[in-house]
Design a protein around this ligand. Structure first.
Ligand code: SF4
Length: 364
C-alpha cells in the first residue's frame, strides 16, 4: 500500500476529543504534532501553497452529506457527496481543488464516525429513494485510508442499507483494507482512467494505469461491484489511439458484467483554475487546444470535439460490452444525443437511469 510523505500533523482546537483525532496521530508516531487554532494557517517557509505534506485534523461543523452541486444548465446525475475531508496527497495538474480550496493542507474530518448514525437515520427516512453516495469529490477515497481508516467505519454503515450505495473513487491501488473487509454489498469501487500519456504526464503520485486495473481486478474477484470514470478526457493528436490502452487493460482483466457504470467527461475548468495550474505546473500540456465558455462559465472544448471524443470512446467500450451504464458528466441533451444516439433529456431521467443500474446490480 502506497504511503505518502506527511511532515507534520496539525490538530485543530475542538477536534482533540474526536475518536479519529486520537487514532490518526498514533499511526504516525514519529511525525511532529501541533495543536493549532482554525485560523492559524501559516505555512513553514518553503512549503508549497497546497501544503500536501501536512495533515490537518478538523472537527467539521458543516453538513457531511450533501447533494453534488452540479448545475441546472447541464444534465446532472443526482449524486450525493459524503464529505470526509478535502485536498489529496496526489497531485494531478488539472485538479479543480487548486482553485476551489482557500485553505492549505490535507484536511480530514475527525467527527465523521460520530455522525454516521445520524446520516444512516436520514437515509432510512427515505426508504423509497436510492442514495448514490461518493466520498471521492474533494479528496481521493482511498489515498489516506491507511491513516484515517475510512473504509473500516464507512463500509458497515452503507453496505447493509438497501436503499444506498457507497462509491469509493480512487487513483490509487490501495485496496488492501477493502479486500480484508467482510462488507462488500452495495460498495462500488471506482477508478479514474485516462490515457497512459495523461496518467504519467499529468497525474503525479498516482498509481499507474496497470496498477489501477489490477487493483480493480482484485476487488472484482473479492465481490465488489466496479465503476470507471474516463474524466477528464483531453483532446490532443492521437488521443483516441492512446485511449486504446486503458480499454485493452479493461478487456484483459475485468468482467464487464459487474460494472455498474462508466462515466465520460471532458476537461473543463473555471477561468481562475487556469492561473492556479499555470503557476504550479508551468509545463503542463493540458491547455493546448481551443476552449469555449459553457453555460456554467466553465471553459470546455468545442461541442464537435466533445462529441467526437464521447462517441468514439463509447463505441470502443460498447464493442467490449453492450451494457456498461455509460453516461456523460455535465453535458447537454444535445451532446448526449449526438454522442450516443439517445439522451436522458433531464437530470431526473439521468438519476432514474443510474438508480435502475443500482437496482439491477446491487439492491437485492
Ligand atoms: S487524485 Fe483527484 S483529488 Fe487528488 S489531486 Fe488528482 S484530481 Fe485532485
Amino acid at each position: 500500500m502506497k504511503q505518502f510523505t506527511i511532515r507534520r500533523i496539525l490538530i485543530e482546537r475542538g477536534a482533540e476529543s474526536d475518536s479519529l483525532a486520537k487514532v490518526i496521530p498514533k499511526r504516525l508516531p514519529d511525525i511532529p504534532k501541533e495543536l493549532v487554532d482554525s485560523h492559524d494557517l501559516a505555512l513553514p517557509e518553503g512549503t508549497e501553497e497546497m501544503d500536501k505534506e501536512s495533515l490537518r485534523i478538523i472537527h467539521h461543523k458543516g453538513e457531511f452529506l450533501k447533494p453534488c452541486p452540479g448545475t441546472k444548465r447541464y444534465i446532472c446525475c443526482g449524486y450525493q457527496i459524503l464529505n470526509i475531508g478535502i485536498n489529496c496527497p496526489m497531485d494531478c495538474s488539472y485538479c479543480f481543488l487548486q482553485s476551489y480550496i482557500n485553505q492549505p493542507s490535507l484536511r480530514v474530518y475527525t467527527n465523521l464516525p460520530e455522525k454516521l448514525d445520524e446520516i444512516g437515520e436520514y437515509i432510512d427516512s427515505f426508504p423509497g429513494r436510492i442514495f448514490r453516495i461518493g466520498t471521492g469529490e474533494f479528496t481521493d477515497s482511498l489515498a489516506l485510508n491507511y491513516l484515517t481508516g475510512w473504509t473500516d467505519y464507512l463500509l458497515p454503515v452503507f453496505s447493509h442499507r438497501k436503499n444506498c450505495i457507497l462509491e469509493l473513487k480512487t487513483k490509487t491501488s490501495s485496496v488492501q483494507s477493502l479486500l480484508k473487509s467482510i462488507h462488500r454489498e452495495r460498495i462500488v469501487v471506482a477508478w479514474s482512467l485516462n490515457s497512459p500519456r495523461v496518467v504519467t504526464g499529468e497525474e503525479r503520485k498516482t498509481a499507474s494505469l496497470r496498477e489501477r486495473i489490477l487493483a480493480a481486478h482484485d476487488c472484482q474477484k473479492a465481490g465488489f461491484v466496479l465503476a470507471f470514470h474516463f474524466d477528464p478526457l483531453f483532446y490532443y493528436p492521437r488521443w483516441d489511439e492512446d485511449l486504446e490502452e486503458p480499454v485493452r487493460l479493461l478487456e484483459k482483466y475485468i468482467d464487464p458484467e459487474s460494472i455498474i457504470w462508466i462515466s465520460l467527461g471532458s476537461f473543463r475548468y473555471m477561468p481562475a483554475l487556469k492561473w492556479a495550474i499555470k503557476r504550479r505546473f508551468p509545463k503542463t500540456k493540458i491547455f493546448d487546444g481551443e476552449f469555449v465558455t459553457g453555460l456554467d462559465r466553465k471553459l470546455r472544448y468545442f461541442k464537435p470535439i466533445r462529441i467526437e471524443m464521447y462517441s468514439k470512446l463509447a463505441e470502443r467500450l460498447k464493442k467490449w460490452h453492450e451494457d456498461l451504464g455509460i453516461y456523460l458528466c455535465m453535458e447537454s441533451g444535445d451532446v448526449w444525443k449526438q454522442s450516443f444516439g439517445w439522451s436522458p433529456k433531464t437530470s431526473i431521467n439521468l438519476s432514474r437511469y443510474l438508480d435502475n443500474r443500482v437496482r439491477k446490480l446491487m439492491v437485492g
